[in-house]
Design a protein around this ligand. Sequence first.
Ligand code: AMP
Ligand code: MG
Length: 311
Amino acid sequence: METRVVFQSEQNIDAAVMKEAGDLIRAGELVAFPTETVYGLGGDAMNAASSAKIYQAKGRPSDNPLIVHICRFEDIYEICSQVPPEAEKLAKAYWPGPLTMILPKAERVPGETTGGLDTVAVRFPSHPVAKAFIEAAGGFIAAPSANVSGRPSPTLARYVLEDMDGKIPLIIDGGAVGIGVESTIIDLTGEEPELLRPGYITKEMLTETLGTVGQDRTMMEAHPTGRPKAPGMRYRHYAPKGELTLVSGKSDRVAAYIREQCRLAKAEHKRRGFCVRKRVCSCIRRRYLTASSVWAAGLLRRVLPESFIGC
Ligand code: AMP
Ligand code: MG
């Protein structure tokens, strides 16, 4: 299968492209699309065969349920059998946005979409292209991140293509996505709202809206003794191909450490990544990125070969 990549700007969404994407979804195909968190791999949430295709394209274990994306708050009542006041409060505060709520599922949502669970994960994303796509596709898009299972979630269409080339007919390229980490997941089916996966919306923000919010105990344990309640948290996740090191300390020492590690990595033909604090990152950039950008890029590559500095 040939995979087409079509660019769509947020300001100027082409109705013909959205119609084409919607038709593909109705025909049971998959389409990758940008959201404000990461790129999603979308299929018709109400079509069991589409959800099965998503698992196949990602190589994702089929007990790891998909998030259903909607483009109007009211549609929550179509896929959830109960919507407690907490869900309405959270929606008012954070939707459209990077928050996923777990609620009891309505009968019409196939078990293939929810990994066999009687609950469903729902999210209303804020990205204009995502909203237009979901609407054109009939309103209910099941979508995990558009990467092969275990790999980092894609933030550019180019990364989606790396993992999905030949497997899906269309990638909607909306440029770089802003947040880069997945949505926060909160479970509203228990006695007390419970955070299942951390994300852009913090526990503190949720607590401010709801009063009290618990936390899945297994979430922060390196070797959890219990089973995480979000099935996806049981698997290897965010695994880049190189080794990633979190570096903190004074800018000079951080720069020296990174330089030395890069030298060693280069000698061994290995890829290394480094995460540093934003302040340190801009300081390293300032130090090595002065004059013209061409000169600076060359210098940065020499200083930090085969590596990146993330903030
Ligand atoms: P992804 O689509 O890759 O962001 O992963 C979706 C996440 O939502 C996974 O960690 C799933 O396990 C979790 N999830 C989806 N549906 C449910 C559900 N009904 N109950 C608990 N966790 C869920
Ligand atoms: Mg994912």
